[in-house]
Write a protein that binds this ligand. Structure first.
Ligand code: NAI
Ligand code: MG
Length: 362
């Protein structure tokens, strides 16, 4: 029952932060007997220069066969050195849709050790612990028709199509209800059903699925504008929030401010459950390749390390190990470990590797 993990650092700070989460994975395999085999593979400019592909065969194979992919980042100035067609052939967006990774989970946890420097007040942040599930493979970002046209009077008109089908709504709502059962048993569905037909269908389908299969879970609904306000006003009220692609994109960046820094945020993107009950998953920090700090060894590896905690919980089904790792991160922070992005002026700044050391020793 070995779990196959593909480790793909990618570009920019991706390989730097992923090297630290790789150490954490090795620790859980060696010290806690987590049953996994790791296969490391390259992505981006370096393999492109060697093979003509950003996603060479070996990497594609490692990702195809993996139960879980630990992804670093892609993008930055490296992008310009690869022709657009070669980029597109192996793009992350393409991989997300190839594996049908429709449920994007972003946990929002306030870190007590960082409360003093967080942009929200400590009393608002105290105890915040919720997950936003954003639908990732449909909605207005994918809907047809879309385009830019010139009208008879010479004006230009841009247009996109918001759309959701019953199945697309039900499968992501199911992910939310199932996750809520492992947490505090509450789901808040976010839509704009007072204005949008898509949202009318969204709300009706969520209600129907809840009635048929998940009536033990508490279900509430919010309009997206109110949800944005509630996240800032009283984020403690939420356990699991589920919403469509564009609303989730915006709300999760807004909620991210509760955690302190972009460098601290993990994510998981989950595909459909197969007939053996397994589901493909891609774990990655929320941040990108951070070209402004790449190559200097100062990036915060905690977003990537906390993505490993999500992998332990969701793919390896080892909640105790996930808790242990999350606690180690909090212990390291409480003892004053800070990379540059979360350090207060005049205090000691750890390198990426030193932050990895701090978590491992905790
Ligand atoms: P970014 O997340 O790379 O950086 C935004 C800011 O946050 C920068 O100032 C950066 O230094 C800082 N930052 C990010 N991660 C950090 C960390 N771990 N520690 C300390 N500071 C950190 O976003 P940006 O600049 O908009 O995008 C850069 C490139 O990354 C673009 O090409 C973009 O397309 C790509 N990108 C890739 C993603 C992925 O591979 N999933 C996700 C988001 C962006
Ligand atoms: Mg975004």
């Amino acid at each position: 029952n070995m779990i196959k993990v593909a480790v793909v650092g990618g570009e920019g700070i991706g390989p730097e932060v992923t090297a630290q989460s790789r150490r954490v994975l090795d620790w859980f395999a060696a010290k806690r007997g987590a049953p996994m085999t790791l296969r490391e593979a390259q992505y981006g400019l370096i393999p492109y220069l060697a093979t003509g592909k950003v996603l060479p065969e070996d990497t594609a194979e490692a990702m195809d066969e993996a139960d879980a992919i630990l992804w670093g980042a892609t993008g930055g100035p490296e992008t310009k050195e690869v022709p657009a067609a070669a980029r597109k052939a192996g793009s992350l967006l393409g991989l997300r849709s190839k594996y049908d990774l429709y449920a994007n989970l972003r946990p929002i946890m306030a870190s007590p050790a960082l409360a003093a420097s967080a942009p929200l007040k400590a009393e608002v942040l105290d105890g915040v612990d919720f997950v936003i599930i954003r639908e990732l493979t449909s909605g207005i970002y994918f809907g047809e028709p879309r385009g830019i046209e010139t009208l008879p009077d010479g004006q230009r008109r841009g247009f996109n199509t918001e759309q959701y089908t019953t199945n697309q709504i039900r499968r992501v709502a199911r992910s939310a209800f199932e996750l809520a059962r492992t947490r505090r048993g509450k789901v808040c569905s976010v839509d704009k059903a007072n204005v949008l037909e898509t949202s009318v269908v969204w709300r009706e389908e969520v209600i129907a699925l809840h009635r048929d299969e998940f009536s033990d879970v508490e279900l509430t609904h919010l309009y997206v504008d109110n949800a944005a306000m509630q996240i800032v006003r009283e984020p403690r009220q939420f356990d699991v929030m589920v919403t469509g692609n564009i609303f989730g994109d915006i709300l999760s960046d807004c909620a991210a401010m509760a955690s302190g820094s972009l460098g601290m945020l993990p994510s998981a993107s989950l595909g459909p459950v197969d007939r053996y009950g397994r589901r493909k998953a891609l774990y990655e920090p929320v941040h990108g390749s951070a070209p402004d700090i790449a190559g200097r060894g100062i990036a915060n590896p905690l977003g990537s390390i906390l993505s490993v905690a999500m992998m332990l919980r969701l793919t390896l089904n080892r909640p105790d190990d996930a808790d242990l790792l999350e606690k180690a991160v909090q212990t390291a922070l409480a003892s004053g470990a800070r990379t540059a992005d979360i350090a207060e002026a005049g205090t000691k700044k750890l390198s990426t590797v030193e932050m990895g050391d701090a978590v491992l020793s905790a």
